[in-house]
Design a binder for this molecule. Structure first.
Ligand code: OTN
Length: 456
């Protein structure tokens, strides 16, 4: 029989979300033209006038970056709406762009649809323009806008409820708004913060620098999301005994700021920095939400797109070949049946290795048949069965007798959807995974070792 799940487990939205691995964020709006990061809501709609907006260019950047999901800021805290909403005059319809006939959300949604990219929406709960902010009338206003966006632009894959400045938005606001989301778009993932904690499919991870915790559990106590100021460490690491399954989404910008500023053209993250970022987010059981701020033309800078393509080159080049594929794998406590040790290296997520129910620890030895050099390690648990393993280390051997630890892969705790580690290249004919503690028997579908290509 199959192993029984332990603790909180992901819902269908979360399982799909994890598999996206990387999401693009597009911060574009009045702030792009006012050249600020958080406008106070007083900038004139006359300022909004992209000269060459082309969302197909945005999606082509994502294609070369291997990113298949994107979230657009429809309204940031300055309150300016990127679509011609019926519910305020503070929008593109009063701008000179396309004589007020333009709709950034439409162009974004259409470009995503045409390129097979899933589209999500950031609709800022905080609003510094609308005088109703924080009142029951604001709840109506926001709900109406949410309905417009969720009814008229096709499938919306994720809704982003930024907690910034949103403390006046109580849980009753979110009860209503979540009802709108669930009714109109049942499959929509919710990024929840503060008082929207009850609806969160994914959580903020506690900083905007792209650094998830080690360990990073998908489980957390909901109160840690609600009371984020005093629970930054819990957001960053998750909580191994947390009562809810709310994994971390890592929001970080490819530039210092969320919105475009020409002065930052020299500060776009390097490919090497993005590679570290990838390991510190995707490689730590989290999803990376990487921001590309389009400029005043309405285009993503070629600097940003080249760096993102460089990251994809490294991802593809590294993970194309699991050097453990086809190796002979043996373990101390196999469950038997279809849960074979060899499933760890068969490049399939459908099959997995499991221990017998009597064991939460194990030693799994991978015989590569000959010496191989590698500098990256990947582990993937069967997330549908909950977080199981809570302690693990990886060692290698060049002769099959003497085992050497990989220091970076020693004394690790969480695994989850994906755990990646990079280290100085080692050459070995055998590698072993020692599972030293767990909440339940091992259930891992992938053990991978890889060699990084050199930086592009
Ligand atoms: O000044 N801030 O609002 C701020 C500065 C640095 C890091 C975070 C924040 S706000 C924070 O943003 C998160 C997304 O990055 C989440 O939405 C949190 O709920 C919010 O409080």
């Amino acid at each position: 029989p199959a192993p029984v799940p332990v603790g909180p487990v992901p819902n269908a939205r979360q399982i799909e979300w994890y598999h996206r691995e990387m999401i693009a964020f597009f911060h574009f709006g009045m702030n792009t033209f006012a050249e600020v990061n958080e406008g106070d809501g007083s900038a004139s709609p006359q300022l909004f006038n992209p000269t060459a907006l082309n969302c197909n260019q945005w999606t082509s950047v994502l294609k070369s970056a291997g990113i298949s999901t994107a979230i657009l800021v429809a309204k940031h805290a300055d309150g300016f709406c990127n679509w011609p909403t019926a519910h305020t005059n503070y929008s593109v319809k009063n701008s000179p762009w396309k004589n007020g006939k333009g709709d950034v959300v439409r162009e974004f949604a259409d470009a995503c649809k045409d390129s097979g990219i899933k589209a999500g929406i950031y609709l800022g709960p905080h609003d510094r323009h609308d005088s109703r902010y924080g009142t029951p009338d604001y709840s109506d206003y926001y709900a109406s806008q949410l309905s417009e966006l969720l009814r008229n632009y096709g499938p919306i894959w994720e809704i982003w409820w930024d907690g910034a400045g949103a403390d006046q938005i109580t849980s009753s606001f979110y009860d209503r708004w979540a009802d709108t989301v669930r009714t109109l778009q049942p499959n929509c993932v919710v990024f929840g913060t503060k008082n929207s904690y009850r609806y969160a499919d994914c959580r903020w991870m506690g900083n905007e620098s792209g650094l998830s915790g080690d360990p990073c559990w998908s489980t957390i106590n909901p109160g840690s999301i609600r009371d984020e100021e005093t629970h930054i460490a819990q957001l960053n690491h998750g909580e191994v005994a947390g009562t809810a399954y709310v994994p971390a989404e890592v929001d970080v910008s490819i530039r210092p700021s969320w919105f475009y500023h020409r002065e930052e053209d020299a500060q776009v993250k390097s490919v090497a920095a993005l590679w570290d970022l990838y390991f510190n987010s995707v490689g730590r059981n989290s999803v990376l939400l990487l921001n590309f701020p389009p400029d005043k033309r309405g285009l993503v800078s070629t600097i940003d797109s080249a760096r993102a393509a460089g990251l994809q080159y490294l991802i593809k080049g590294t993970f194309k070949t699991n050097l453990a594929a086809g190796a002979v794998v043996k373990s101390l406590h196999p469950r038997g049946g279809t849960y074979k040790p060899a499933n760890l290296v068969d490049n399939s997520e459908q099959t997995y290795y499991a221990t017998s129910d009597n064991y939460v620890t194990d030693t799994i030895t991978v015989d590569l048949g000959k010496k191989k050099t590698f500098d990256v390690l990947m582990l993937q648990e069967v997330i549908e069965l909950g977080h199981r393993t809570t302690g693990w280390s990886v060692d290698y051997s060049a002769d099959g007798k003497n085992w050497m630890p990989i220091p970076e892969a020693t004394g690790k705790e969480s695994i989850g959807y994906k755990w990646l580690i990079k280290f100085k290249p080692v050459t070995a004919s055998r590698v072993r995974l020692r599972v030293t503690s767990g909440k339940a028997g091992v259930a891992i579908h992938t053990f991978g070792i890889y060699k990084q290509p050199s930086l592009p």
